[in-house]
Design a binder for this molecule. Structure first.
Ligand SMILES: [Zn+2]
Length: 330
């Protein structure tokens, strides 16, 4: 008999199976009063739908992580997009904030996407003409990811988006515990002021948002610190913190990357606890196995929603989940 999680997962896989190729009539680029241009849904878009799959105009390798472009990086960009370069016309149409005539490097930095490849110190970045035109929200309704299997950057709906609504992504979707002031400093590089509910201090949600995000950052730091510690109390602290964080994240909104990561962590935690529990304690072991599988399926369901079933991350998680399922849980 299927559990509710199995049914949920089945529906998620069906949704993605039906939407591997994006429907090109799904959105329109429209002028928004006082806010430049944005992508507006032309039809109701259901959660998990692939909105965009786009190949890079060009990429540059070996970009220092979190740092400035190297001289080699700059030369490569110039070769691609200077007036005689193959991508000049398309590239100079991209938005670039700031005064005066922007340099090619500045325009690159305002529009590039990290492609989740490279090494710990160096990464690959790419320019994607359509994807770079989506506007930001700290509470987005869409998620971007680079898919190494298809060579495309994808954007998926992470909630149902009604016709006429703007499709929004979080430019800093990996760093979502930042407070309002920290986020606005980052966004000032794009000459952009966010007016999502988290950024409005005068409404109840916005008033509690900063405190919630700061506490989540504390929990996240402590979880990473305690993940591989086995002293007295360390595992209890880890379990409490994971439970707290996974309770708070959905209250704040669309924090999909930490939600996926921490469901994965907690599934591993319950699996480890199951292994350490005496085989005589059958009820405890059953409960631990149930909770491990529940979190593993939640993790997979979110990944499928955010990245699509053809994502290498999803394949990896599916293999991990199958490994958990195959252990028998006796
Ligand atoms: Zn915001």
């Amino acid at each position: 008999m299927s559990t509710p999680q199995d049914v949920e997962l089945h529906h998620a896989l069906q949704r993605i199976g039906n939407s591997r190729l994006p429907n090109t009539n799904i959105y329109n680029i429209t002028d928004l009063t006082g806010r430049g241009r944005g992508f507006i849904a032309l039809q109701d878009i259901s959660k998990g739908t692939r909105i965009l799959a786009e190949q890079a105009l060009f990429t540059i390798e070996n970009v220092p992580r979190g740092g400035r472009l190297s001289n080699t990086n700059r030369t490569h960009i110039i070769n691609q997009v200077n007036v005689n370069g193959p991508h000049h016309a398309a590239f100079v149409e991209l938005f670039c904030p700031g005064q005066g005539r922007p340099s090619l490097s500045r325009r690159f930095q305002a529009n590039n996407f990290q492609m989740d490849r490279g090494t710990d110190r160096l990464q690959v970045q790419g320019i994607f003409l359509q994807a770079s035109r989506f506007n930001h929200s700290c509470l987005p309704n869409a998620h971007f990811a680079y898919n190494d299997t298809t060579g495309c950057l994808t954007i998926h709906a992470i909630e149902n988006i009604a016709r006429g609504k703007e499709i929004l992504v979080n430019y800093h979707q990996r760093e979502c515990y930042r407070t309002r002031a920290q986020r606005h400093t980052d966004l000032s590089h794009y000459s952009f002021t966010c007016t999502c509910d988290s950024c409005l201090p005068d409404i109840p949600f916005g008033r509690s948002s900063d405190g919630r995000r700061s506490y989540m950052a504390t929990l996240d730091g402590r979880i990473i610190h305690n993940e591989n510690r086995y002293g007295p109390g360390d595992r209890d602290q880890l379990e409490n913190d994971l439970n707290d964080l996974l309770r708070l994240i959905p209250m704040e909104g669309a924090f999909y990357i930490p939600l996926m990561d921490n469901y994965h962590r907690r599934a591993d935690f319950f699996n480890e606890k199951w292994q350490a529990t005496n085989s005589g304690a059958l009820d405890t072991r059953k409960e631990l196995s149930r909770r491990a599988m529940e979190d593993a399926r939640r993790n997979l369901d979110l990944e499928v929603t955010c990245m699509g079933f053809d994502s290498p991350d999803v394949r990896e998680t599916l293999n991990w989940l199958c490994g958990l399922e195959c252990r028998g849980w006796a």
